[in-house]
Design a protein around this ligand. Sequence first.
Ligand SMILES: O=C(O)c1cccc(C(=O)CC[C@H]2O[C@@H](n3cnc4c(=O)[nH]cnc43)[C@H](O)[C@@H]2O)c1
Length: 275
Amino acid sequence: MELQAQEGRLIAAAGLGRVLVATAVPVERDAVAAGLGALHPGPDDTVLGAAGRAHPPPSSRLRSSRGRPHRPSGTTAHGRTEVIAVGVGPALAAASTASALTAAALRGEPYRLVVSAGIGGGFQPGAPVGSLVVADGIVAADLGAETEDGFVPVTELGFGTVRHQPPADLVRRAADAAGARTGAVLTVSTVTGTAARAAALRERHPTALAEAMEGFGVAEAAAAQGVPVLEIRAISNPVGPRDRAAWRIPEALAALTEGFGKLTPVLESWNRHDS
Ligand SMILES: O=C(O)c1cccc(C(=O)CC[C@H]2O[C@@H](n3cnc4c(=O)[nH]cnc43)[C@H](O)[C@@H]2O)c1
């Protein structure tokens, strides 16, 4: 086992390790996998567990009955990239991503990059429906306290962090490859449903282009294991007054597929020591 782990560390150090893409739900996972499949057709395009699970098994089941660490159900593998659905919301996304990273490290096949991906709301006019956004900052936008004077982030209360920074060179290369815009992507536990909240978020985060519900959780799990993180969102709806009928989910999923077809060579060839 130690030899396997050592080999894994050497592979990761050489920039040859694997990439983990974490989506919230199976339809997003499948949209990403379709983009990867176009790139890596053939026998590598494997479903490694029972498809359709919204999240990996709990960490108590990181090992299979034969004692070997296993991949989460529903993981799909294409070349050196694997895609899993980690569940909706930052807490489940963090827990599921942490389990997947730990299981991979125990197998001696650590991931060297984690990507949070899926659909998201776009702040207008910067991120129109159907466009792609690559996060240059992954920000926990509602982690803090409401006070008489407004929202106070948890960092100002003396705790934790509210922002993760993807590697700048990777952000630029990924955005160039996919034709994406770059800006902050906010992670929220409550989908914005009013113009007032959209305006408040914009005021607190002037560079924000998108909001979604998992990026910060995925980033916390990656940071805990020293793995770089990226977030990519395909815009399905404007951030603002709630109008579920106006969500263009199929268009956003198609943009996700097309985007991953173009940017995966960048993800797979990027080496953190290049920057
Ligand atoms: O319609 C609803 O009330 C509703 C409430 C919670 C979640 C949903 C989803 O369909 C979320 C799926 C997934 O999509 C991301 N997403 C998409 N648009 C937004 C948005 O405007 N704000 C935040 N998240 C968004 C999110 O990452 C979810 O995982 C529907």
